[in-house]
Each structure stands twice: as C-alpha cells, then as structure tokens.
Ligand binder design. Structure first.
Ligand SMILES: Cc1cc2nc3c(=O)[nH]c(=O)nc-3n(C[C@H](O)[C@H](O)[C@H](O)COP(=O)(O)OP(=O)(O)OC[C@H]3O[C@@H](n4cnc5c(N)ncnc54)[C@H](O)[C@@H]3O)c2cc1C
Length: 541
C-alpha cells in the first residue's frame, strides 16, 4: 500500500503518463533577464517583510534578514558585572567555538601547528548541520575540470556578490581537501576501477560533487571526530559561548561559556578564537520550515557583532528547492540536490515540467513557489499544504536498477518507513530554509576585522555571495576551518593577552537603552522555542 492517500494518486497517474515524453524533453536554462524577473517576483528574500534595518553596530543602517535583526537588537543574556574575569577557568592558545565540521577541522590544524587547543560546543561534538549533509563536496578533481571553472561557477552562482580572493582560496584548496579527507579514512563513492564518482549540482558546469552515498556529512564527521579524539584535543559539550571576551588592546581574547546543565559560567582566556557556530535555520526566516539541526540559532553572528565584527550578505537566505512536504512528519527535511543531478525531474500536478532542474537553487526554489502560489499547479496534501513532485524513479530509469539504493540509501530508507517507495513513486517537495549565504566577513585566511578572531564555515560571509552552489559549503568549512586553525595558531605564538574585558557588551546594552530599543528576547538564543503561544502564556504566569 502506498504512503500517498487516494487524493494524491490521481496526480501521480498523470506524472507516470508523461514520463516517456519528459525523458526526451529539453528545457533550456533561463536567460538572465527572465531569471531576475522570476527571483524578484517569487524568491522569499524579495518579500517586503523579509528584511529589516539594524539600528546599531557595524552594519547600522543596513537591511538584514528580519529574525536576525531581532536578535542583534536584543539584550545580552549575560550581565557583564556579574562575571569575575580574574577567575580564569581555562587558559589556552586557541579556543574553537562549535563542534561541527568547520570547528573540528580548525581544532585539528591549530593543534598540528603547535597550539594548545580547546573546542567547546553547544550540544555534543558532531551535533551539527555537517553531520546531516547529504549530497557531497565540490572540488575540481577531474581532467576536464579546473579550479578556474569552479571559480567562475561559484562567482556566477553567488550573483557576483562573493569576495573573489576568498573564492580563489576555496577552489584552489578544493582538490587538496578531498585528498585530506581520504587520508583521514573517508570512504568516498568510487567506480569499480577505484576512480571517484562525481555528480552534477545546480550551477556547476562540470560534474564535481564527491559523495559518500547520501550520507556524506555523516562520513566526514565520523573521520574528523575520530581524529580529534585520537589526538586527545580537549572538548567541552553542552557549553555554548554566550559572549566573546576582548582585552584592553582590542584583541579577541576568549569567551564566556555557559554550562547548560549547572548554569555556571566559565571564563576561557585564549590568544586566538575561531568561531565555527554554523547557521541560522532554527530562526525560520520568512517562517519557512528548515533542514537545519536544532542548534542553528545564529549565536556566532550575535556575539561577533556585539564585539564589533561586520556582517556580509546577511540579507540573503538560501531556500533549498526540494524539502520534503509529505509525509508531514518529514516536513522541511532535505532531499539532496544530487537527486536532480542524477536525473530526477520536477513535475507539477498535471505531469508537466516547468524549469531546468539544474538551475541554481534560488531560481529553482522561485520556480517551485511560482508553480504552487501563482499558477495553482501544486498538489494538495490532506494537511492542506501544497507541493510539487520530484520524479525520483527516473534516477534508476536513467541509470540502472540499483542506482537509488546505491547512491540514495538514506532517502530510500526514510521514505520507506512511511510506505513510500521512491524507486516507484515520486516525492512531494516544497522549498525549505537551508543555509545562510552570508555571515561574519572573512578574508582568504579566515581572519575577521577583529584581531585574534577567525571565522570558518556557515557562520562566515564572503565565500558564497548571495546564493551558494551545492557542495560548496562542505568545501568551505574544511578550507576555512583548516586555514583558520593554521593562522590562529601562528597568531597565538606572537601574542600576550592583556587585561580581559566585557566592556563591549556593557556598551552595546547601553546603546540599546539610549535608542529606546527593548524587546523580551535575550540573545544569543541558544535553542529555539517551539512552545505554543497559549502554553507560553500559562508558563510565564
Ligand atoms: C540537511 C543538510 C544537508 C546538507 N547537505 C550539504 C551537502 O551535501 N553539501 C554541502 O556542501 N553542504 C551541505 N549542507 C550545508 C553544510 O552541511 C553546512 O553548511 C556545513 O556543514 C556547516 O558546517 P559548520 O561547521 O559551519 O556548522 P555546523 O556543522 O552546523 O556546526 C556548528 C556547531 O556549532 C555549535 N554551536 C552553535 N552555537 C554555538 C555556541 N553558541 N557555542 C558553541 N557552539 C555552538 C553547534 O551546536 C554545532 O555543533 C547541508 C546542510 C544540511 C542542514
């Protein structure tokens, strides 16, 4: 029995009837002007309510994504007067904040370069977006490809808003990163002759995404975490950073951590700090569902901003075109772009295609929204929500009978649990929030504008412009994780920490008061609050 109710079966029949025709159908990519028109009309970033002006701090006067502005204009959850900065709990060369792929890569390289390192994270090491990554990592490793082509694709995909020197670092380190991961024991997908399998992702003109089935992040995190534990790098879990520390010479010099269990504060003094706290998904920009893990609450952006770091491209959020829309229990979960890279098509309720599936994510998401919201071509679920089809059986039809099981084992299993056999039936999808395109501005060595503060991975800005290409984030976290680790260790060797201070937090709070800005929120948020409004009211009384 199918996991789709009878009301949705009618449309699946139409999809089956048009499959032979669609197999031969070519849909050209959109010309520039048409794509711009589509984005302006349907991409959520262009909604009037998407962004708001921030009234203080380094980006004062600029418009950033609304839910972030609410946190930037909230009071610190720390009363600076209540912390004794003379009582140092941990004293290290390099403090890494965040236990996903970017943070662990940074910790490994900082240690390799002679630093005494400590890593602290909000949940457990590995609880992160990295471990959830599916499709794989982009790198120009094949003869028909080159870092220069990868550069051009990344720049165009980012709508020319990326920093060119930073992309240059990204694409030139990329083949090295694949070798590094292999050396750590990572089992990439290979052909029978041992060559690495590569796939297309939207906006890449060459096949260059390297995968470990559709569980790439799990495999990367497995080898990284093993390596970190083997090297006995000290880690603290359930101990998020809630403010950065500065010294009296204006250098970033550690952080205040909160033990989530005991509610104790820890003072960590460090000669250099690497921020690798990941993204923003659990703020649910524009009220979209998200693919992100529970701890993706923009903490790094907030604490870096209070300390004086500027943000880049934080008006741009990535909505992935293919989030699950049915079964409802899987709402917003990612269906990797590699499905489209391997031949799955997007189809409306009438069995028609409406966009080239390998356009960039912002364009495909906008086309999906147009199909449902403007053209009325969505498939309605029993919950009253709507989506369009991702015709997954095409992956086996175009490849071979075992391809879905071989490359998309996770998706086959997850949908199988709900009675949906993705080898025979399509998946109902809708755009879902996936990635923050911008973040704390970095240079090619992951240095922010604050001496002693580095940023790597999704928390950083400048790499991806205003639209990231598939596979470029797993690459980003390792390139700039490694670079930040190396640079932070070098920086630490040269410096002595001055007198610790939280003056920047006191001054920020004071500015909020002077501007008359007050809301009930404290930031960083640390965890999302999903309590229903009516229950919140009762609990607060
Ligand atoms: C479902 C899914 C699939 C994806 N698939 C791909 C893919 O195939 N290819 C690709 O290139 N990209 C993919 N991405 C994007 C990519 O995985 C992420 O952007 C990337 O892994 C982020 O790595 P990171 O180290 O920057 O952050 P994360 O991996 O999210 O790690 C951040 C860590 O910081 C911790 N943290 C947060 N706040 C604090 C705090 N205040 N103090 C201490 N610690 C804190 C978090 O708990 C977490 O452990 C995917 C993302 C998702 C969600």
């Amino acid at each position: 029995m199918s996991g789709y109710p009878a009301s949705m079966q009618e449309s699946i029949k139409k999809l089956n009837e048009t499959r032979d025709f669609r197999l031969k159908q070519e849909i050209p990519r959109l010309p520039f002007a048409e794509r711009e028109k589509l984005l302006h009309a349907h991409h959520p970033d262009y909604r009037a309510s998407a962004n708001a002006e921030v009234h203080l701090g380094p980006n004062k006067g600029q418009k950033l994504t609304l839910k972030l502005v609410q946190l930037l204009e909230a009071k610190s959850r720390l009363d600076p007067d209540k912390v004794d900065l003379n009582k140092i709990d941990y004293d290290v060369d390099v403090l890494v904040i965040g236990g996903g792929g970017g943070g662990v890569a940074a910790a490994l390289l900082a240690q390799e370069n002679g630093a005494k390192v400590m890593l602290t994270t909000k949940l457990r090491v590995g609880d992160s977006n990295t471990i959830m990554a599916e499709g794989g990592i982009a790198a120009a490793t094949k003869e028909i490809d080159s870092p220069e082509r990868h550069f051009m694709d990344t720049l165009g995909g980012g709508r020319f808003k990326n920093k060119r020197d930073v992309i240059s670092a990204l694409v030139h380190d990329a083949p090295l990163i694949v070798e590094w991961l292999k050396g750590l024991g990572c089992m990439f997908d290979t052909h029978p002759n041992g060559d690495l399998v590569v796939s297309f992702a939207g906006g890449h003109q060459r096949k260059r995404v390297h995968s470990c089935k559709d569980l790439s992040g799990m495999e990367f995190m497995r080898v990284l975490r093993d390596e970190m534990y083997n090297r006995q790098i000290p880690t603290l879990e359930f101990s998020p950073a809630i403010e950065l520390l500065m010294d009296d010479q204006g250098n970033c010099s550690g952080a205040i951590l909160l033990n989530m269990e005991t509610k104790q504060y820890y003072v960590v003094r460090a000669k250099a700090v690497i921020l690798a706290t990941g993204g923003i998904g659990r703020l649910h920009p524009n009220d979209f569902a998200t693919t992100n893990h529970y701890g993706a609450t923009a903490d790094g952006l907030v604490i870096a901003y209070r300390a004086g770091a500027n943000l880049l491209n934080m008006e741009a959020i990535q909505y992935h075109p293919t989030g699950a829309m049915w079964p409802h229990q899987m709402l917003g979960q990612l269906i990797t772009e590699a499905c489209r890279g391997n031949g799955a098509q997007l189809v409306n309720k009438n069995g028609e295609r409406y966009i080239n599936e390998l356009e960039t994510r912002d364009t495909v998401s906008s086309a999906n929204l147009r199909e449902v919201q403007e053209r009325g071509n969505g498939i309605i679920t029993p919950m009253g929500t709507q989506g369009v089809w991702l015709d997954t059986p095409l992956i086996n039809i175009r490849g071979d009978a075992g391809k879905l099981d071989r490359m998309f084992a996770g998706i086959v299993r997850r949908f199988g649990e709900y009675g949906i056999d993705v080898r025979k039936e399509p998946i109902l999808i809708f755009p879902t929030q996936h990635y923050q395109n911008g973040g704390v501005e970095i240079d090619p060595y992951a240095q922010t504008c604050i001496p002693g503060l580095y940023a790597a991975g999704e928390v950083s800005g400048g790499v991806q412009g205003i639209n990231r290409l598939g596979g470029n984030s797993l690459l980003d976290i390792f390139v700039f994780g490694r670079r930040s680790g190396t640079r932070a260790a070098e920086f630490a060797k040269k410096r002595k920490v001055g007198k610790l201070t939280l003056k920047h937090v006191t001054e920020y709070n004071h500015q909020l008061e002077q501007l008359g800005i007050s809301n009930d929120v404290e930031s960083p948020l640390l965890l999302p609050n999903y309590m229903r409004e009516d229950i919140k009211q009762v609990t607060l009384k």
